[in-house]
Design a protein around this ligand. Structure first.
Ligand SMILES: [Mn+2]
Length: 424
């Protein structure tokens, strides 16, 4: 479905008066509001192809009506999101759930929808029907070289799809680990993983990045072979300059200080990408900012601080992507809410008085440091984010427009009630 631009204009006209009042009010206290708005306009968050259908849990999946039944329809959904918020201008493909058979046609479709290709993702955590060897006991870390070879070849195939589409990064997340003490020789598992990644790295084009994602537990419950940022960083350092660590917010043990991890990875020049989601317990796949918005803000504080120090462009310096697909909300509305929460946290972090914060830190002024951070966090920046959307030709309130115009009903009318998207 292609969104009629007139619907956005009609929606914006209705809300503009109230919005203008709110925007003028907040603008008075911001030194360079134009620069801030320009940064917000540029900031794009990639949408994963597997988040466009309702996510399941290990107990079941309750698919919603009108889900995208093909890769083309997934592209259209991302195009729809991007038309609504002008902040979701990229799609991240997961192979083999979403194989672009005709890459020229898919590129053309993406171009027509004004979206680009984010990192491509390999999948060696499930067995596919025609596959020779099983990944039951892991993939790149496997004790059997034949299994490792199969997993390496799959990753090279994913790179080739990405090359044809115009992606610039491969994300590797491994479900390799063990569930019982004694099952694995940790050292050999790590060394096998390293040598497998070295093979994949050889096939990475010069201008590509390899993102190594870690996860503390699940699907294995005793050890994960790339279980934390230390193990990921170790691999990235051994692989070379094109390899980076990728931080997924849901992949840590409870109460981990993710902002500190982000800070140190940026210091080492080894933070490559980011997967946004939120959680109460672990990898809950909930909407970004729905449970711990202050943590999200503190992470953006470190991201901006570290990126500015390294002279990195906020919008393009790291791979920004949502990785969440839960089982209750309409997936498109959920993604709109996630993008909004991410941009709110980014805008709040842009408001931090960094000179004053530095001075307070140097003076060991603990109270002042907290006041400076919380002053930014407690500022209602929604009019700034809305203004950036308005100037980009998007909707002032995308979630409201989606509901008012009954966009899901229109998708159901096009696709029917029973289409089911590929994914978890
Ligand atoms: Mn992830």
């Amino acid at each position: 479905m292609i969104l009629d631009q007139q619907l956005i204009e009609k929606h914006n006209n209705k809300l503009e008066k109230k919005h203008n009042r709110a925007f003028e009010f907040i603008s008075q206290d911001i030194d360079d509001v134009e620069e801030l708005i320009a940064k917000l306009q540029k900031f794009q968050i990639g949408i994963p192809s597997w988040a466009l259908g309702t996510g399941g849990t290990r107990f079941g999946r309750f698919s919603g009506p009108g889900e995208p039944g093909s890769l083309e329809q997934k592209f259209e959904d991302v195009g729809l999101l991007h038309a609504l918020n002008k902040s979701s201008g990229a799609i991240s493909l997961h192979i083999p759930w979403d194989i672009p058979e005709d890459t020229a046609k898919m590129k053309e479709l993406a171009r027509s929808l004004n979206i680009t290709f984010d990192a491509v993702n390999s999948n060696t955590f499930q067995d596919q029907p025609q596959q020779e060897h099983s990944y039951k006991y892991g993939s790149l870390h496997h004790v059997d070289p034949k299994v490792r070879k199969q997993a390496i070849d799959h990753n090279i195939e994913v790179i080739n799809y990405g090359k044809a589409l115009g992606s610039k990064a491969l994300t590797v997340w491994l479900a390799d680990g063990s569930s019982f003490p004694g099952q694995l020789n940790f050292r050999e598992a790590f060394q096998n993983t390293l040598s497998s990644l070295q093979e994949i790295y050889k096939h990475l084009p010069e201008d590509w990045k390899l993102f190594i994602e870690y996860k503390a537990f699940e699907p294995y419950f005793y050890s994960m072979t790339i279980g934390d940022w230390g193990q990921s960083l170790l691999l990235a350092n051994k692989l070379g300059p094109k390899a980076y660590t990728l931080v997924d917010l849901g992949h840590h043990l409870p109460n981990a200080n993710i902002e500190q991890i982000v800070s140190l990875l940026l210091m080492e020049g080894k933070l490559g990408g980011f997967h946004f989601n939120d959680s109460k317990y672990a990898d809950d796949d909930l909407t970004a900012g729905s449970i711990k918005p202050y943590q999200l803000f503190l992470i953006f504080n470190e991201l901006i601080d570290g990126m500015d120090l390294n002279g990195m462009e906020h919008a393009t310096g790291l791979g920004w992507m949502i990785d969440a697909s839960h089982n209750l909300k309409d997936p498109l509305v959920d993604l709109l809410q996630s993008v909004e929460a991410i941009k709110i946290a980014y805008a709040q972090a842009l408001l931090i008085d960094r000179v004053a914060l530095k001075a307070a830190q140097q003076a060991n002024d603990v109270v002042k440091s907290q006041e400076i951070l919380q002053d930014a966090f407690r500022t209602d920046v929604r009019p700034l984010v809305a203004e950036s959307r308005l100037r980009s030709g998007a909707a002032l309130n995308p979630v409201l427009l989606f509901e008012e115009e009954k966009l899901r009903d229109k998708l159901i009318a096009e696709r029917g009630l029973r289409t089911i998207a590929t994914g978890l």
